[in-house]
Design a protein around this ligand. Structure first.
Ligand SMILES: Nc1ncnc2c1ncn2[C@@H]1O[C@H](COP(=O)(O)OP(=O)(O)OP(=O)(O)O)[C@@H](O)[C@H]1O
Ligand SMILES: [Mg+2]
Length: 429
């Protein structure tokens, strides 16, 4: 029997007084007994929401969510969650924080104490029981978060970016320790669902990777991984899988319009990446040792930035016609090579040309401003346009990105004195 089963699950949220926005739609998902599944997807694709539905913290609007065949109607004692933010009570000691889960289950104090002590030993917190969270390093704090989840002997462990607030080494150590507990069966947990932003982490941990699409979130790809654990991050099979997942994550979904999507509406979204980041990735790609073509994971490693910062930059390069991204590789286009060798002035000119050609939002801003006698307009009409398909916060962010890109290209800019968008003033005048 599956531990978790979601069938045709949907969830919408209403933000402010706007219309409800569909976050998850038609999600089918299972977590089998004995399985570790990693859930990947862009920021905002609904990963945390899916986890919260599984944890019984929020109800699905439609479809069926079941734990061991029974509908999930609220928090379950067999399901525990670890959060990115640790979510510890600062005024409670390590021991008290860990005991909380047991208290909620109504366990007697003596049994609680014993179980907590054993868990602190198991997770590497022996001797820290009476410390306060603020006295611990980030890695140790997250050990407390994990101990609090595991102390209840959960059947299913949910982890929402549990390692991403930690530095790389600490995150890897902690991840290794959890996998070790899992493999050696020193914890009774039967299944894990792990949300991550880190593609390599997903490949190192999971038996199966599930990739969510965005707007709305839906299961887009599933990749089975049959390699034994612990896995060697440098093994060719692991590298090939990391490559494959990068390829799937950077594939532009707009090429195949989702069925039932509002096809008539323009997609105003643009990747959330600043010009500085876009250009530094381009320069890195153009230089040695890549010389214009790279394996995405390798480029990411050299860039020393997290995947969630790099993926939008890759997407921006592809959108602007400066690079091709395909099957886990990235290569500069002819134009991209020219751009890499260009001086500042030519770069701005090329950027502007590509912007007007490939980014509908920038082209719209430019053409609307050009019809105004004074070349300026308040930002509201643009925000309203975006709010048609995006939620308010994302609309604001997209406009910011479009403004940053346009300002760089000297097309238009934002005037902070008037709060209006205006055509860039010609420096010659
Ligand atoms: N309680 C809520 N009320 C309104 N909107 C919400 C609520 N919870 C989530 N959302 C919205 O739903 C969308 C998906 O959020 P969610 O946190 O599930 O995404 P995510 O994939 O976990 O993103 P990230 O990778 O950034 O953590 C976001 O646009 C978010 O703003
Ligand atoms: Mg999240």
């Amino acid at each position: 029997m599956n531990l978790i089963e979601l069938k045709d699950v949907a969830k919408s949220f209403r933000s402010g007084d706007g219309p409800p926005r569909t976050i998850l739609d038609g999600v089918d998902f299972t977590l089998a007994d004995g399985e570790i599944v990693a859930l990947l997807g862009k920021s905002g694709s609904g990963k945390s929401t899916l986890l919260r539905i599984v944890a019984g913290l929020v109800p699905a609007d439609a479809g069926r969510a079941a734990y061991r065949g029974r509908a999930i109607a609220g928090p379950l004692s067999g399901v525990a969650m670890v959060f990115q933010s640790f979510a510890l009570f600062p005024w409670l000691t390590v021991r008290q924080n860990v005991e909380l889960g047991l208290e909620a289950q109504g366990m007697a104090p003596a049994a609680r104490r014993e179980r907590t002590g054993a868990m602190l030993d198991l997770i590497g917190l022996s001797g820290f029981g009476s410390a306060l969270p603020r006295e611990l390093s980030g890695g140790m704090r997250q050990r407390v978060g994990i101990a609090r989840a595991l102390v209840t002997n959960p059947d299913v462990l949910l982890m929402d970016e549990a390692f991403s607030a930690l530095d790389v080494l600490t995150g890897e150590t902690l991840r290794g320790d959890i996998l070790d507990l899992w493999e050696s069966k020193r914890i009774p947990t039967r299944g894990m669902l792990v949300v991550s932003h880190n593609i390599e982490e997903a490949v190192m941990m999971a038996d199966r990777i599930v990739i969510l699409s965005s707007d709305p979130g839906r299961v887009r790809h599933e990749i089975r991984i049959d390699l034994p654990r612990p896995r060697d991050a440098d093994a060719p099979e692991v590298r090939a899988l990391v490559d494959e997942v990068y390829g799937l994550m950077t594939a532009r979904p707009s090429a195949t319009p989702a069925s039932g999507a509002r096809a008539a509406k323009v997609d105003w979204r643009l990747p959330d990446a600043g010009v500085g980041r876009i250009e530094s990735v381009l320069d890195l790609l153009a230089g040695a040792p890549f010389h214009g073509r790279a394996d995405l994971p390798q480029l990411s490693e050299d860039a020393e930035l997290a995947d969630e910062e790099l993926l939008p930059a890759y997407e921006a390069l592809a959108l602007l016609g400066l690079a091709h991204v395909e099957g886990g590789d990235i290569a500069l286009t002819t134009l991209g090579r020219r751009y890499a060798g260009a001086d500042q002035g030519l770069r701005q000119e090329l950027f502007g040309r590509q912007l007007l050609k490939h980014v509908p939002l920038a082209a719209r801003i430019q053409s609307r401003l050009e019809t105004e006698p004074d070349g300026s307009l308040p930002e509201e009409p643009f925000l309203e346009l975006l709010a048609d398909t995006l939620e308010a916060e994302q609309a604001k962010r997209m406009l910011e990105v479009a403004i940053e890109w346009g300002r760089y290209a000297e097309l238009y800019e934002y005037d902070y004195h008037t709060g209006r968008l205006k055509l860039a003033s010609d420096p010659e005048e």
